[in-house]
Design a protein around this ligand. Structure first.
Ligand SMILES: Nc1ncnc2c1ncn2[C@@H]1O[C@H](COP(=O)(O)OP(=O)(O)OP(=O)(O)O)[C@@H](O)[C@H]1O
Ligand SMILES: [Mg+2]
Length: 286
């Protein structure tokens, strides 16, 4: 963890501890868990009742998720009995505050290198956001090289992003409601060839705009590929409002973190999630 802190300091990300750095690993203190759910903390929420009332999932297939499969894959945000869900609620509150302040509605979740926990953070965050009655969440699997959202959720569908990208299905036909109110998933079932070209295509640009503009109350989360392994993330980043950077303990070197931070636009870096952090025993209990 020290290496990550050094890299952040060297890259001049100031005040990361208090402003832009979120720990998601394992337990959080009761103090934190109690302070995150109060809506009075979330300034300036628009009145979205009518808008939410208009959202109609009648044509969206509902796929019931298997709770044992979710647990096995560390999808915890839906389970209030799981202490780890508090971490994501806390992350959600911080994220929504900052997004609200900046009128941001689309987030790209990225990391320097693979296996940092982007997909896990994206899914848990989307579930946690959907639990806010004023918000809806849509999670789009834009890791076109190694799509994993459907696998982690245990979703099998006939139509997916793959069909949409090939003009074989409309957006409404590839949306799924995973049995959680106010949450929609757009899964990608198979790797897509020429992924960077696809992500910079007019079709994807229009899709991102459409997803953003349709409802003010909607938060759109894009699970993305790592920044340093291909052009894909770099193609996507200018198209989204803000970026959530996931850095996992032991998964990226200091220079990889620095290089990533160098690539990311500082003005719309929403925050940094320190994942797979060591549990600093006493800090999490009292
Ligand atoms: N906080 C955590 N504690 C323990 N294991 C974790 C944690 N976060 C993620 N993992 C595990 O690490 C692995 C990678 O997670 P995930 O697929 O979310 O990462 P990713 O950044 O999306 O990877 P990729 O770059 O391949 O898409 C998975 O096996 C996941 O269960
Ligand atoms: Mg992933």
């Amino acid at each position: 963890m020290e290496k990550i802190k050094d890299a952040l300091a060297k890259a001049k990300i100031e005040n990361t501890e208090s402003k832009a750095q979120f720990k998601t690993e394992a337990r959080v203190s009761s103090t934190l868990s109690q302070s995150v759910v109060s809506q009075k903390d979330i300034k300036g929420f628009p009145n979205t009742e009518n808008e939410l009332g208009m959202i109609n999932y009648l044509n969206t297939p509902v796929i019931k998720l298997d709770s044992a499969h979710l647990e096995k894959n560390r999808i915890v945000a839906q389970s209030k009995s799981d202490v780890n869900s508090y971490s994501f609620d806390s992350l959600r509150t911080q994220i929504l505050q900052k997004m609200e302040e900046n009128n941001w509605r689309t987030i790209a979740v990225v990391s320097p290198t693979p296996q940092s926990g982007k997909t896990l953070v994206s899914i848990n965050l989307a579930i946690s956001i959907a639990q806010q009655p004023q918000k809806t969440a849509i999670l789009v699997d834009f890791d076109l090289r190694r799509p994993k959202v459907a696998t982690y959720l245990g979703i099998h569908t006939e139509k997916s992003m793959n069909d949409y990208l090939q003009d074989k299905a409309q957006l409404k036909d590839v949306m799924i409601n995973p049995g959680i109110d106010r949450l929609v998933i757009v899964p990608t079932m198979k790797p897509v060839s020429k992924s960077a070209e696809t992500l910079s295509s007019k079709k994807v640009t229009n899709l991102i705009t459409d997803l953003r503009e349709r409802y003010n109350s909607r938060i759109v989360i894009f699970d993305c590929p790592p920044v340093l392994n291909s052009d894909d993330a770099m193609v996507l980043l200018p198209q989204v409002d803000c970026i959530l950077l996931v850095i996992a303990n032991g998964m990226s070197t200091q220079s990889e973190i620095e290089e990533t931070l160098h690539h990311l636009p500082k003005d719309n870096l929403l925050g940094i999630v320190l994942n797979k952090a060591e549990i600093e025993s006493k800090a999490y209990y009292y």
